[in-house]
Design a protein around this ligand. Structure first.
Ligand SMILES: [Zn+2]
Length: 176
């Protein structure tokens, strides 16, 4: 059911009447056009609106989710809801952009490719500066992101001392 259809349904009309009745009985008012549940305004014409405080229970809302408001209070409330929504969206955008922010790196020296296939995931030894810090030896798998750009995958960084030790270790063993 669409929202528009729902507002024409018997179910909604019944709820609407109950909200009007509640407003009048709480305020002890007999005004036939109802009374604003927020400011107490009693109009001389049919202009009060049943406002949804939340849309979580839409189509099945308890009366507590509904509030009878005059046009002024309704306008204020809508403004407030919009502002809150904007703030929420801004927060979401910031979080998303933070998650999306790429790790910055610069390959300062390409030392070598350990795999022969350059198209798929392959391993390289490079000198890389990560996030603008001093360059380190970097042994890593590389792949491609959705746009086809090089993307650093799992790997490890080594200091010059560690590479020196690694060289000695490699020289000391027989590789079949
Ligand atoms: Zn009002």
């Amino acid at each position: 059911m669409t929202y528009k259809k729902y507002l024409q349904s018997k179910k909604w009309q019944g709820k609407r009447i109950k909200v009007f009745d509640r407003a009048k009985s709480n305020a002890n008012s007999s005004n036939k056009y109802g009374i604003c549940e927020r400011c107490g305004y009693e109009p001389k014409r049919n202009c009060l609106q049943v406002h949804h405080k939340t849309y979580i229970h839409l189509f099945n809302e308890p009366l507590e989710d509904l509030e009878l408001l005059c046009p002024n209070c309704h306008k204020e409330e809508t403004k407030k809801q919009r502002a809150e929504h904007k703030e929420f969206e801004l927060k979401e955008r910031i979080i998303k952009s933070m998650q999306k922010r790429k790790i910055e790196y610069e390959i300062t020296e390409r030392i070598g490719n350990l795999s022969d296939n350059d198209n798929q995931v392959h391993k390289e030894l490079n000198l890389i500066s990560w996030n603008k810090s001093a360059a380190v030896f970097d042994l890593r798998s590389w792949g491609k992101d959705a746009d086809g750009n090089r993307k650093p995958l799992k790997g490890l960084t080594l200091s010059a001392d560690e590479v020196e030790i690694l060289r000695e270790l490699l020289n000391s063993i027989e590789i079949a």
